[in-house]
Design a protein around this ligand. Structure first.
Ligand code: ADP
Length: 379
């Protein structure tokens, strides 16, 4: 039985306590048996009590005293040993209990039961229990996210795969005729799958901090100008006015390609979700120790809950519309993971549904003094 295992902490503590008690009892026994006769003789001598006794008489009294001390010692040590055993058993059980329950809970967690928690306490054992509970909670959250992610990925893969399969079957059965339309649909679905896989890989690597980021000092206005240039055709196609504004030229520190990817995601979203003839403004400026890029639009806006949810994986305010316009639902989750990996942060604000929104990206400013840059005008 594990409970009887002599290696268990409880038995070790008990043995330790008993050894201490035994050492004390032996010391008392030796000290008393050596010191008591001397003290007795000294006391009798100093009071002259032994003076009138014959030698036989005085040695009989000394022997009787020795016997009395011996019996008292046996009784005293016996009683002390019994009490020491009981007290040591209580103390060792009390000390070992939190550690045993931690050991039991860790075994359960190692076996996959992440809901296990231990009783909180005080002192060092309390700190250990709190750390254990914290670790179990984060393992629990990671496991839950892993489950959700598998479900979400399966769900996201289902639609393009079903569509590909339907089209291929339709071609085989002669429902569709092979031609540019069929190739376009097949190509679109294949691209959607490829984009999803690329996005998942980016997200996974950014969240796991497994991505090679090469930080360098970047000229903010140039970054914004390039992003505007890339998005001009998309904005033009939807008659959206794309405006760049700079508070002050600023240099920022980050990985060139990844900073561009985050800005592209914000500007791309703003153009995609803003109705035709809307306005998208991209601003850049210093904010304390950070360089701040903000992308405001006159689009549908976001509610308080949505402002946080949009950064979650696969969250879409309007799933059918977002899928139609081509998003994987991972763009902002990737943007968040990337900005945090570069020592920055990202968030959104909105005065409410229907009233546009602003997405902010903050990254550390570069060490060098800002140089003058330029921003393009509205396109
Ligand atoms: P998606 O690939 O679907 O665009 P994102 O992670 O980039 O994925 O965005 C998540 C969701 O956030 C979008 O589906 C959309 O509903 C919402 N969203 C993102 N940007 C905006 C915006 N500028 N205005 C309104 N809603 C937005």
């Amino acid at each position: 039985m594990r409970w009887l295992d002599p290696g268990r902490l409880r038995w070790r503590l008990l043995a330790g306590n008993l050894l201490v008690a035994a050492a004390g009892a032996i010391t008392v026994a030796i000290a008393v048996s050596l010191a008591a006769p001397l003290a007795f003789e000294h006391a009798m001598g100093s009071q002259g009590a032994m003076a009138g006794m014959g030698t036989m008489m005085s040695s009989a009294v000394t022997a009787a005293f020795g016997d009395a001390v011996g019996s008292a010692l046996v009784l005293g040590v016996g009683a002390a040993t019994l009490i020491a055993i009981v007290v040591a058993a209580i103390i060792s059980t009390w000390l070992a209990r939190p550690i045993s329950s931690l050991a039991d809970a860790s075994r359960e967690v190692a076996g996959g039961d992440y809901a296990q928690r231990v009783q909180p306490g005080s002192g060092e054992l309390g700190d250990l229990a709190a750390s254990f509970n914290h670790m179990a909670a984060s393992l629990d959250a990671t496991e839950r996210r892993r489950h959700e992610l598998i479900g979400d990925v399966a769900h996201e893969l289902r639609t393009p795969i079903a569509s590909l399969r339907g089209y291929v079957e339709g071609l085989e059965e002669g429902v569709f005729t092979p031609g540019p339309d069929a190739w376009r649909v097949l190509g679109d679905q294949a691209s959607r799958l490829a984009r999803l896989v690329d996005d998942l890989s980016d997200l996974w690597r950014a969240e796991a901090r497994d991505m090679v980021l090469v930080p360098e000092d970047l000229d903010g206005p140039t970054l914004i100008a390039d992003a505007i240039q890339r998005h001009r055709p998309a904005a033009g196609a939807r008659s959206i006015e794309l405006v760049a504004e700079a508070d002050e030229p600023v240099r920022l520190r980050g990985d060139r390609a990844r900073v561009a990817q985050v800005i592209d995601n914000l500007v791309g979203n703003a153009i995609r979700y803003t109705p035709e003839h809307g306005i998208v403004r991209v601003r850049l400026g210093p904010r304390g120790d950070a360089a701040q890029v903000s992308v405001s639009d006159t689009g549908p806006g976001l509610t308080q809950d949505q402002l946080v949810q949009v950064f979650e994986r696969f969250y879409r305010v309007d799933p059918s519309r977002s899928r139609d316009v081509g998003g994987s639902g991972l763009g902002l989750a990737i943007a968040k993971a990337l900005s945090e990996a570069m020592g920055g942060r990202i968030w959104a604000t909105s005065p409410g549904a229907g009233r546009g929104s602003t997405f902010y990206l903050e990254l550390p400013v570069a060490n060098r003094t800002p140089t003058k840059g330029h921003l393009p005008d509205a396109c």
